[in-house]
Design a protein around this ligand. Structure first.
Ligand SMILES: [Zn+2]
Ligand SMILES: [Zn+2]
Length: 99
């Protein structure tokens, strides 16, 4: 993974989707997509939708949600879901798969 993103207009907007500002490098993540016309703007221009989708974990007990902003680089052969095991309310949080 580098700092260059593939940008495409046809990408589906979903929770975890990352938008990128090509001017200043700002990035935002969609936490909840309501089905509207989402179009984040930065530096006076529309942010670019990227192929990156951050993974979101939720707690089935209290409803807490966390977003993975940056994956660790610990053990390359392991999937992130195996490395990262967030817990809440004394139980593992559940990975919310992109719809
Ligand atoms: Zn910007
Ligand atoms: Zn919880």
């Amino acid at each position: 993974m580098g700092k260059s993103y593939q940008v495409g207009r046809k990408l589906k907007i979903t929770a975890g989707r990352v938008y990128h500002c090509s001017v200043c490098g700002a990035e935002v993540t969609v936490v909840l997509f309501g089905g509207g016309k989402l179009s984040p703007v930065c530096c006076n221009q529309p942010m670019e939708i990227t192929e990156v989708i951050c993974q979101i974990y939720y707690c089935p007990v209290c409803g807490a949600e966390i977003t993975v902003i940056k994956e660790g680089t610990g053990v390359p052969t392991q999937k992130i879901a195996d490395r990262l095991t967030p817990r809440c309310c004394n139980r593992p949080m559940i990975l919310r798969l992109a719809a």
